[in-house]
Structures are given as C-alpha cells and as structure tokens.
Design a protein around this ligand. Sequence first.
Ligand SMILES: C[S@@+](CC[C@H](N)C(=O)[O-])C[C@H]1O[C@@H](n2cnc3c(N)ncnc32)[C@H](O)[C@@H]1O
Length: 194
Amino acid sequence: MGQYFTNEKLPSNVKKKECIIYGYKFTFLTDNGVFSKDGVDFGSKLLLESIPLEEVGDKVLDIGCGYGVLGIVLNKLTGASIDMVDVNLRALHLTERNIKENGCNNINAFESDCYSNITNKYNTIITNPPIRAGKEIVYNILFNAKKHLESSGNLFLVIRKEQGAKSLIFDLKKEYNVEILKKKKGFFVLKCNF
Ligand SMILES: C[S@@+](CC[C@H](N)C(=O)[O-])C[C@H]1O[C@@H](n2cnc3c(N)ncnc32)[C@H](O)[C@@H]1O
C-alpha cells in the first residue's frame, strides 16, 4: 500500500466531498493515494478555524497542499494569493481541479519537494505537515519556513499529541516564538514567528 506522499499508481476513484468551514460550503475532489481521501481532515479544519484570518496577509504558501484544502479555503476567505506545493502529483492535479471547483483566483499549484522550487517570501506559510514522510522532511518544512517568511510573517501548523507535539514544540521554541492557538481532541494548532 503506497503512502500518501508517494507517486505510486493506484487505481483512480475520484469522489466529491463537501465540507463546511467557517460556515461556508467547500467542495473537494479526492482520490485514492492522497491524504484524507474520505473528506477534509479534522486537524486541517481545526487549523483553518483556529488561525486569525486578519493576520494571514496577501501572500500565502500552503506547503504539502494535498488536494488543496488549506490554500483554497484561505483564498476564498481572505482573497490572499496562494502558492500550493506538494510532491504528490495526483494530489496536485486534484488541487488544480478543486481550485476551479471552488471558483478561486490567484492560486498557483506546482510541484516542490519541501522548498526546492520556492523562490518567493510569504506573509503566511501554512501546513498540516507530512508526519509519515519522516522527521527530516517535517523539520525541513517547519524550520526552513523562516527563510521564506517576511519578517512579520507567521507559520501556522497543526500536529497531534501522539505524533510528538510536545517535543516538536520544544524544538520549535529554539527558532521561533511559539503560540498554541488551540488544543482539541489531541490536536495542537501552533503559530510560529520570529
Ligand atoms: C498531512 S498531508 C496534508 C495535506 C493537506 N494540506 C490537507 O490539509 O489536507 C501532508 C502532505 O504533504 C505532502 N508531502 C510529503 N512530503 C513532501 C515534501 N517533501 N514536500 C512537499 N510536500 C510533501 C504529502 O504528499 C501530503 O499531501
């Protein structure tokens, strides 16, 4: 069974899922071989509903975008321009379809292994990090965010207690100011800046 971050060819079975976020209805096409194919992940929804939208700013990077939930919702709710990246090509293809499905503008979705194809700086970097891809990739995404944030920018993320939230917070505090925005059902939503 392939992991959600590999490009193994699983038979396609596209499904349409609906989700209410901040009281608005969003529609997402999902498929086999992508993260949370049965509908929007609890942690991703909690992340979106816990961050202060007025602090998101004009330029956002959704890193590890999957089928596009975080960036699409922020684009619709704030009007920010969004770059969305992933290594999973099926997920990126779904993101492109979901951008159209939800009538978004000013979103670019492209392949990038962590920050390998990122040259811009952002007001917000948002991620539900790919824990199963391993610590090296998760730490690359979280600690190199600093290089791609404007000086007043924020990194927003969600992590589960059982995935090592406490030790991650300990490590993040060596590089960032860390605020716990929300704790619910074992999920932590964090805001990091410097
Ligand atoms: C936990 S999922 C979150 C997906 C989506 N943001 C959401 O909230 O539903 C993490 C995503 O990171 C992607 N990913 C894994 N390794 C990556 C890497 N090296 N660079 C960029 N994205 C990666 C996976 O393919 C997956 O789509």
